[in-house]
Design a protein. Sequence first.
Length: 208
Amino acid sequence: MFSIIQAAGWPIWPLILCSIAALAIIIERFMSLRAAKVAPPKLLDEVLAVTRSSLPSADVVDKLHGNSVLGTVLAGGIRAAMADPRCDETQLRNAFENAGRIATHRLERYLNALGTIASAAPLLGLLGTVVGMIEIFGAQSPTTGSNPEALAHGISVALYNTAFGLIVAIPALMFYRYFRGQVDEFVLTLEQAAERLLPQLLSRTPRR
């Protein structure tokens, strides 16, 4: 493997850095986009049960905020209801939407970087191949002629960059699409949870 890297030349080093960055992002997103950290299955039912009779205390809301991404969104609406007991539906929806934007940004962290790597890796591989081909044909002597075996070997070495670029890009693109689908599902879950909690919070606030 090391001999292939040496033969491919300097253009392969950006691809190696891209592969390391992509692997780190994939591992981090797998850890962060777990259901237990984003939207625990029983959390909404517990919040609905707690807020059914009255609004919870500030300590309970703080714990809810740090529980998960869903907890952060729900805590945003509860805090708005606690801050202004006479808030209306529009104000509560704005509070949920603001918390939801922050949560969505948190879920989408590093995904743009992963998508950029998936798009740029084939181009970097092609660049390495072009550079290698230029070096190969530039090394051919017009007086002594060309060596077909050396030329074929040089072309195969130059193509290492293209192959490595595809090896990096294909998994990066697959995981990018997978994580995008997960984020979309989690965002829908957050929206539905906020819609379920909203009427209960409105029933706890006095009418104007």
